[in-house]
Design a binder for this molecule. Structure first.
Ligand code: 4AD
Ligand code: MG
Length: 463
């Protein structure tokens, strides 16, 4: 008897089995059809979108009444080739053991449920076709991310989840504390006295591993993070999650244009990986989520990304007849409607927008010679909008200090960040790719809640 070393249905259907006799499969019932002389069970074990068809030749000898959709079974039997069907292997059952029954109120019956409804039962939705595919895809693409960077000799670093800083300076940090919230200690300025808190200072969940990435890049050369990231921003959109996974490469001895080459190579690598290594998933998305998805990805692989500076982008937008909800002028932060116009209507492909006004970007970005803009880049793509934000970093100690003072930041608190500019500073650059955003882009899924198993969004942390 074996459980863990069972044959997986994926391998069986690929005929990756030595012996067609004496096969044991374990899985969950997707459907059951019983007639007088024959019965069929579609069994799925999570290894593939495809089910194994189980044929029961003398139904009266098996406990079919007790087997409902969702039940887990162990089935022993033999495999047989069948002609003229999409799947050319089926299994004739000799023994069926019910491992776990499933009462008839099991909600995932054969009918289709809406994605909205499935989000409410996220504890079960991975058992559906769509979310089975999605979760296997997510796992494979996470591996592709590592493969890309490991093949380039980047070091995978683990940046901390609990931090005392706000790397983006946007004030979207979830607090981490062990203070008694009903009896907060106050200092003589009547502020909360965090010196009495667990870490002796105010802490929160990381909004980005970048600053630590910079520390490591200026020691190891090329590094990347790939981990959970948290933002307490109250945006209830289809593209924002309060907890998402970000990939943040950081390269020493690198400028903005070299980094943009890496970005384009990285995105195209992920696309190719999806098309070549995730054929079952891509076929599914192409058929059920967005018809023509595969063709779109192939087109992107075979063409160059567009390039435009922020200033050029503003003049493109200013010349558009159509009214935007947010009026356009130099200095505004691009809103999603502007980003979408640029990438979907004007360029009709992925674009890199560079050299944003320093006033709308983070403190660490490198000042350009015009003293108005910084060496920033956002990568915008049709359908999703921003998938990447990055920049060359300000490596000149005096200019960085000047900018931080302008923004009234506490230099003492960032002494460690300034130190790497003080001792052997180098030009360096890095970017952040939202993992869920790229999954949306590749799969064509329209809502970030459907590309992460258990989404966290405002008002929602169930499961
Ligand atoms: O543009 P962002 O805020 O940049 C940074 O955090 C930099 N520290 C990155 C760096 O230079 N190392 O975020 C980067 C990307 C965005 O382009 C987006 O893809 C994703 O992270 N992102 C989100 N994804 C889902 N939900 C959210 N709330 C997100 N916020 C950002
Ligand atoms: Mg951004």
């Amino acid at each position: 008897m074996y459980y863990y070393k069972r044959k997986k249905i994926k391998d069986i259907l690929n005929k990756n089995v030595e012996d067609y006799q004496n096969v044991t499969v374990l899985g969950w019932v997707r459907t059951k059809r019983v007639s007088k002389n024959i019965a069929f069970i579609e069994l799925n074990d999570g290894s593939s979108l495809k089910n194994l068809q189980i044929v029961i030749l003398s139904p009266e000898n098996f406990p079919l009444d007790e087997i409902n959709t969702g039940a887990s079974l162990m089935i022993k039997g033999y495999l047989e080739e069948v002609q003229g069907r999409e799947q050319d292997l089926e299994m004739k059952a000799e023994e069926i053991e019910i491992i776990g029954e499933s009462p008839e109120d099991y909600i995932l019956q054969k009918k289709r449920h809406s994605f909205e409804f499935l989000r409410e039962i996220a504890h079960l939705r991975a058992r559906t076709n769509t979310f089975g595919v999605m979760n296997r895809f997510r796992s494979k693409m996470a591996y592709a991310v590592h493969k890309f960077f490991q093949e380039k000799d980047f070091n995978y670093i683990h940046s901390p989840i609990i931090t005392s800083g706000d790397a983006e300076g946007a004030g979207e940090v979830f607090k981490v504390t062990t203070l008694d919230l009903t009896k907060l200690p106050l200092n003589d300025k009547n502020e909360i006295d965090f010196s009495q808190d667990f870490f002796g200072e105010e802490t929160g969940l990381t909004v980005s591993g970048q600053l630590e990435g910079e520390l490591m890049a200026t020691a190891l050369g090329d590094v990347y993070t790939f981990g959970p990231t948290f933002r307490a921003e109250n945006s209830n959109t289809t593209r924002h999650a309060s907890e998402f996974w970000m990939i943040e490469p950081e390269m020493a001895f690198c400028n903005l244009s070299e980094m943009m080459e890496l970005i384009e190579e990285f995105i195209k690598y992920l696309f190719k990986y999806a098309l070549e290594e995730c054929a079952e998933e891509m076929d599914f998305f192409n058929k059920w989520i967005d018809k023509g998805r595969v063709k779109k990805l192939e087109n992107i692989i075979n063409s160059d990304f567009g390039h435009v500076t922020y200033t050029e982008a503003i003049s493109i937008l200013e010349n558009v007849e159509q009214e935007f909800e947010f009026p356009v002028h130099w200095g505004i932060d691009l809103q999603s409607e502007h980003e979408r116009y640029l990438t979907e209507d004007h360029f009709k492909k992925p674009i890199m927008v560079t050299d944003y006004p320093k006033t709308i970007k983070a403190f660490y970005m490198r000042n350009n010679d015009d003293n108005q803009t910084v060496a920033a880049v956002d990568c915008l793509v049709p359908g999703v909008g921003e998938i990447i934000g990055g920049s060359q970093r300000e490596e000149r100690l005096d200019l960085l200090k000047e900018r931080m003072l302008e923004l009234e930041m506490d230099l003492d608190k960032y002494q460690w960040f300034l130190d790497i500019r003080k001792y052997g500073t180098v030009p360096h650059a890095g970017f952040g790719l939202g993992f869920e955003r790229i999954l949306m882009y590749i799969s064509g899924m329209g809502n970030i809640r459907d590309v992460i198993p258990f989404p966290r969004t405002p008002g929602n942390a169930k499961f």
